[in-house]
Design a protein around this ligand. Structure first.
Ligand SMILES: [Zn+2]
Length: 345
């Protein structure tokens, strides 16, 4: 089977025919060169406005890189003609296998862009013996096409996040669509400032902004401010990590303060070394962690009121009995056996 037959099967070029195919050398490697020529009755069209026009002249043959065959780079060779266009002046002709001044065929650019979703751009360039620049241009073409053809209707839930970029504190703001069945990256902007997110809402437009119902983000203040200002009608869902982080910090500040107060007033230091115990589920406490000598003062602490302490008191007649102080009773066990008014029926 001839190479022309394969090419005609997989990549027909309307108005053009494949000519001679030969093996050649380029940059010290074996390449396949495929000549292309226009059909006799082919009408020239302007690459600028796609209108037909009379021929002006013919340029020197150009090489267009196609998808490698058996791992051997393939190049189309074609002498581009110029058109005397009534609208654009003298312009190069339009050809079906490439756009603009690209040296890659459109098919090969899509081929590289698809691989760039799986591998890094450097790896794609190395695997297909092309340049990083070609991979970059291919991805750029795919992204431009995607932006021109995307559908922005039906966006009701978005997520806002930042990603570190370059060295140091340089960030990008990313906005994702989070609707069921429609998860995708919508928008990307430099930095993570108020201005950055305002640019997103300007891009989104008033109508689409009004259709939003849910916004997820972390607790970065510029994001909170802009969401409150521009999308106050939505349900703003904050990420669990930052909520828990702030809550843990607040609990620890209270615990540390009360530990200092107990020490200052001469009480037993029951809250010392309990930073992580307070945040631990009671059922996960080890035997060593569980028994703690209770102190009469512990019930009076804010930590105690949080339900994490117990005392030796007996609650009301029908309520549960607190464990006694000492090895049998635990201040942490209070979570399971609460005492005092809170536990009374
Ligand atoms: Zn034109």
């Amino acid at each position: 089977m001839r190479v022309q037959t394969i090419l005609n099967r997989v990549q027909k070029q309307p108005g053009f025919v494949y000519g001679a195919v030969r093996l050649g050398q380029a940059r010290g490697t074996l390449v396949i060169e495929v000549e292309i020529r226009p059909r006799a009755n082919h009408r020239l069209t302007c690459a600028g406005c796609a209108q037909p026009g009379p021929g002006y002249d013919t340029l020197a043959p150009r090489r267009f890189e196609f998808v490698p065959l058996w791992g051997i780079p393939v190049f189309f060779l074609y002498a581009m003609r110029r058109v005397q266009c009534r609208t654009c002046g003298v312009r190069v002709e339009a050809v079906p296998w490439a756009a603009g001044k690209h040296h890659l065929t459109t098919t090969y650019a899509w081929f590289l862009a698809r691989w760039a979703k799986r591998l890094s751009w450097t790896e794609v360039a190395a695997a297909f013996r092309t340049t990083w620049e070609h991979v970059f241009r291919s991805v750029e073409m795919a992204v431009t096409w995607g932006q021109e053809h995307r559908d922005l209707t039906g966006i009701t839930a978005i997520g806002i996040d930042e990603i570190q970029w370059r060295r140091g504190h340089t960030y990008l703001t990313l906005v994702y669509q989070l609707d069921a069945g429609g998860k995708r990256l919508l928008w990307l902007g430099e930095h993570r400032t108020v201005k950055t997110l305002l640019r997103f809402f300007r891009w989104l437009g008033q109508e689409r902004r009004a259709a939003l119902r849910f916004i997820c983000s972390d607790m970065w203040k510029p994001y909170l401010r802009v969401v409150a200002k521009k999308a106050g009608h939505t349900l703003h869902i904050l990420d669990r990590f930052h909520i828990m982080s702030h809550m843990s910090k607040a609990i620890d500040e209270v615990r540390a303060k009360e530990a200092r107060d107990l020490k200052a007033h001469g009480y037993a230091p029951v809250l010392t070394h309990t930073r992580w115990l307070l945040l631990k589920r009671p059922e996960h406490l080890t035997e060593k962690q569980e028994p703690r000598p209770a102190s009469p003062s512990c019930c009076a602490t804010t930590c105690g009121r949080s339900g994490a302490t117990s005392c030796g008191k007996t609650s009301s007649s029908s309520g549960p009995t607190c464990p006694p102080p000492g090895p049998g009773g635990s201040w942490t066990a209070g979570a399971r056996a609460p005492c005092g008014p809170r536990s009374s029926p």
